[in-house]
Design a protein around this ligand. Structure first.
Ligand code: C2O
Ligand code: CU
Ligand code: CU
Length: 564
């Protein structure tokens, strides 16, 4: 495949003194934000695990030569089992947190950065006050105390900032970490554990000649997301894993701002998938490759038994097409085009082992919702994705802290059917001026939010597009890209994935979606229309839903549900 070279100037350099030029989204919405007071520890809460996480500036070796200035989480365990917090030596990534279902956890988040921040526990089902809502951001010097019970099933989760319009840059500078939740159901399986269970956080970064992080804070970055020149695994470049000839459990998290990976082994050994975002599947699935979009997780078993000492197995990101407009590829300024093949990490068999282990047939039980449990079976709640020149919208509107629309109010303890689809901003999508995009977006917004009007309007919209001769996919192809859509709160089931569009491009990704497990983030590729079922249990309050392309999130492709 053709290797695209940057046509635009490299991104801005990030240095300690360059903060002013770095981080302003090209078209952020700039809402006034009403803040809540930092939450304090409660005497009524007796934690099983208590820890402190400090967000601070630091430097760490990444490339040979000069260390890289980063922002990072540094943790201290105050109370609880020693494995609750494991620092990653010589990496900017935050410590690995390990909790057990049912544990009560207190986390003291201290901000020692030069700007406001707040942390979100991605995938954990917690009350709004504990969810890292942007209005809970704390200033430098302040501490926010989180107290919650771990209600999730066993799985890998993700913590990262959720600061208003600063999520992308704060994560990019290094603020991110993984959480592992364990439970009894999973323990009973005897999956590879200890040194045989390896968390792998995949991120892409660009560096300047001085080994410092570079970020393209320009219009194209806001529009399509940031794509780095290098892949880092657990904060390291050229990551290699020394393994014994036995079974391992690899737990992958895509912690990149925008890059989507197509995971496959270089010798074409199929991938054995045992879990996704919301924990274990019911039964393992075998795939030639798996797509991993930002914030998605993947739980793999890889068996090195029978592989000779000295042999190597490399995880690649394979070739794919159609998830980003070709025009954007050329303008993005990364040496690694998204969709070209490149290596992610290598496992090297260095020790013999006689341990033999067999993957159990049944891995877990997933409680599936019945039709009669769904509150809105005939009237799915829409999540319409609009991406036009000056408009990154969900349901026709950009993010606003106090902008709940009627359709976004959800009765607590109900289960909702949700339909996620691309809503093309008409003329905006054809690359006409910004006002065109905005105007269309606004109109769609009113239509969308009108509840029962939705289906009628959709039909008309579809006819309108065809009738205008915009060439269906041809017109859409201009601006259409894949969006990893994330919903806070409880995980969801994917029940339907429909596709209409470029079949050849779709053929390069379609076998890589694992829809049989519980998810909290799902990639919606151009031409796809998905249906999901999501419970909104236990907690009232505002819970965000957004694109996890972090540049899109910061540019306004985020909304919130009011659970009431
Ligand atoms: Cu991982 Cu609302 O985010
Ligand atoms: Cu989240
Ligand atoms: Cu997006």
């Amino acid at each position: 495949m053709k290797r695209f070279r940057p046509l635009t100037r490299r991104g801005l350099l990030i240095g300690a003194g360059a903060a002013a030029t770095f981080g302003a989204p090209a078209f952020g919405q700039g809402h006034a934000m009403r803040r809540i007071a930092p939450n304090l520890a409660s005497d009524a809460f007796t934690p099983d695990v208590e820890l402190e996480l400090i967000c601070k500036r630091d430097e760490t070796p990444i490339l040979t030569g000069k260390p890289t200035r980063v922002w990072r989480y540094v943790g201290n365990l105050i109370k609880g089992p020693p494995n609750a917090l494991t620092a990653l030596p010589d990496a900017y990534l935050g410590p690995l947190l390990r909790f057990t279902k049912g544990q009560k956890v207190r986390i003291r988040l201290r901000n020692e950065l030069p700007e406001e921040t707040i942390t979100h526990w991605h995938g954990l089902h917690v009350p709004m006050l504990m969810d890292g809502h942007p209005t809970a951001a704390i200033d430098p010097g302040e501490t926010y105390v989180y107290e919650f019970e771990i209600r999730n099933r066993a799985g890998m989760y993700f913590y990262h900032p959720h600061t208003h319009e600063k999520t992308a840059t704060q994560v990019y500078r290094g603020l991110a970490g993984a959480i592992i939740v364990e439970d009894a159901e999973e323990r009973a399986l005897g999956l590879p554990s200890g040194e045989f269970e390896i968390p792998l956080v995949i991120q892409d970064r660009s560096f300047d000649d001085d080994n410092q992080l570079a970020y393209g804070g320009d219009m194209h970055t806001s529009m399509f997301g940031f794509y780095g020149d290098r892949v880092l695994v657990n904060g390291r470049s050229d990551f290699t894993l020394d393994v014994a000839s036995r079974a391992y459990r690899l737990r992958l998290l895509n912690g990149s701002n925008a890059r989507i990976y197509k995971l496959c082994w270089d010798d074409r050994t199929p991938l054995t998938v045992i879990g996704v975002d919301g924990g274990l599947l019911e039964k393992a699935e075998t795939r030639p490759y798996v797509m991993l979009a930002p914030a998605e997780r993947l739980d793999l078993i890889v068996d090195f038994s029978g592989r000779p000492q000295g042999s190597k197995l490399t995880m690649l990101s394979g070739e794919f097409y159609g998830l980003i407009p070709p025009m954007a590829q050329r303008m993005m300024g990364s040496d690694l085009a998204m969709g070209e093949e490149f290596p992610l990490f290598t496992a090297r068999v260095t020790k013999a082992s006689n341990d033999s282990w067999k993957l159990p047939e049944k891995l877990s039980t997933i409680r599936r919702f019945r039709k009669d449990e769904i509150a809105n079976l005939d009237d799915p709640m829409p999540i319409a994705i609009t991406m036009a020149h000056m408009a990154m919208f969900l349901n026709g509107r950009p993010y606003g802290h106090d902008d709940i629309q009627p359709r976004e109010r959800i009765p607590v303890d109900t289960t909702q059917l949700i339909e996620i689809f691309h809503e093309h901003g008409g003329m905006g999508g054809m690359g006409m001026g910004g006002m065109g995009g905005m105007g269309m977006g606004g109109m769609q917004g009113r239509g969308m939010m009108g509840g029962g009007m939705m289906r009628g309007r959709m039909g008309m919209g579809g006819m309108g597009r065809g009738g205008m001769g915009m060439g269906g996919m041809g017109g859409m192809g201009m601006m259409s890209m894949a969006h990893p859509i994330h919903l806070h709160g409880q995980p969801f089931e994917i029940i339907e994935r429909r596709f209409e569009g470029d079949e050849d491009a779709y053929a390069s990704v379609r076998d890589g979606f694992i829809d049989s497990g519980l998810k909290d983030t799902v990639l919606v590729t151009p031409g796809e229309r998905l249906r999901i079922i999501k419970p909104f249990g236990d907690f009232k309050g505002r819970f965000m839903y957004h694109c996890h392309n972090l540049e899109h999130e910061d540019a306004g492709m985020m909304r919130e549900f009011s659970v009431e």
